[in-house]
Design a protein around this ligand. Structure first.
Ligand SMILES: C[S@@+](CC[C@H](N)C(=O)[O-])C[C@H]1O[C@@H](n2cnc3c(N)ncnc32)[C@H](O)[C@@H]1O
Length: 293
């Protein structure tokens, strides 16, 4: 089960009405979308987008009570303009980006995102992507791996880990999530304090963000949606990584300086302690919202 993060906060900011047209750029299990649909029907329309075809199938089932009031598009939100054109959609009243991966993707070993549930080292949100985590880990030069683990994982021991990956793959290809985790444990195991973060978490995160070019997609998606919002329409972005939050912050500043939007959240909104206690995965979430002028 994927619990929608900061649901009350998102709905409070989006201020939806029956008849509104809304984009959910990251449909996932449809958790946010279902609550959005309750508020925009009758008369409203939701376009739900997800790069992962399994998410589209799951959401279609979860949203079946609202059939006729939503359209689903399987694709990356970096191609939003094409999706809008395909659906004959010009402008919308609100947009939500809840980026990263869902609990469904995380928990399913076969997708290769999880340290705890073993599987092939895949990590593609969209199975049509040509390059998987296994390809990156086995093919990139040591310096490239080191940069990815440092920048996208914010991992202190990036050099050691990159070296260990290269040494290990000289003997045997790294094929599974267990292979990668064991290389990381051997490289840094004792250096991580017991009981804190799993020592492989940051490396896994870095490789996942690289495989899916998540930062590039975010920049592209925000740039397109800002021109698609009606005046007074709001866009809400939840990110789970400081690099992503920085992109949102800087993009919002840029659009604000151009006179396109008014920023509604001076600082990012964080989940309440009660939400974090109930759903620990929400703990690093940060919400930023802006309104089209
Ligand atoms: C955190 S989950 C969203 C959960 C959803 N809000 C819910 O309540 O069920 C993120 C989803 O966005 C999708 N996603 C992430 N980046 C994407 C992108 N660039 N384009 C399209 N979908 C993306 C992932 O496949 C995943 O299903």
């Amino acid at each position: 089960m994927h619990r929608p993060v900061m649901l009350d906060e998102v709905l409070g900011f989006l201020d939806l009405r029956p008849g509104d047209t809304v984009l959910d750029a990251t449909l996932g299990g449809g958790g946010h979308s279902k609550e959005i649909l309750k508020r925009i029907t009758p008369g409203g329309m939701l376009l739900g987008c997800d790069a992962d075809p399994a998410a589209i199938d799951r959401a279609r089932e979860n949203l079946r009570d609202f059939t006729g009031s939503f359209k689903l598009a399987n694709g990356n939100f970096r191609y939003l303009n094409e999706m809008f054109d395909h659906e004959g959609l010009e402008k919308i009243d609100a947009a939500l980006f809840d980026i990263g991966i869902s609990s469904y993707q995380m928990d399913e070993g076969a997708r290769g995102f999880s340290i705890k549930n073993p599987g092939p080292l895949d990590m593609r949100m969209d199975p049509r992507l040509k390059v998987s985590a296994k390809d990156l880990v086995n093919r990139l030069r040591e310096e490239e791996l080191s940069d990815i683990i440092k920048d996208l994982g914010e991992e202190r021991f990036y050099r050691r880990i990159a070296r260990a990956i290269v040494e290990r793959r000289r003997e045997k290809k790294i094929e599974t999530t267990e292979d990668l985790a064991s290389v990381v444990y051997r490289a840094v195991g004792g250096r991580y304090k017991r009981g804190r973060l799993d020592p492989a978490t940051r490396t896994f995160q870095a490789i996942r963000i690289a495989v899916n070019d998540e930062l590039g997609a975010l920049k592209d998606g925000l740039g397109q949606i800002v021109t698609r919002l009606n005046a007074g329409g709001r866009m809400a972005v939840i990110s789970f990584h400081s690099l992503e939050d920085r992109i949102v912050k800087n993009k919002f500043k840029e659009y604000s300086a151009e006179g396109l939007i008014k920023i509604l959240t001076k600082k990012p909104v964080r989940p309440t302690d009660a939400e974090v206690a109930e759903n620990p995965r929400s703990r690093s979430g940060r919400l930023r919202v802006a309104e089209r002028i």
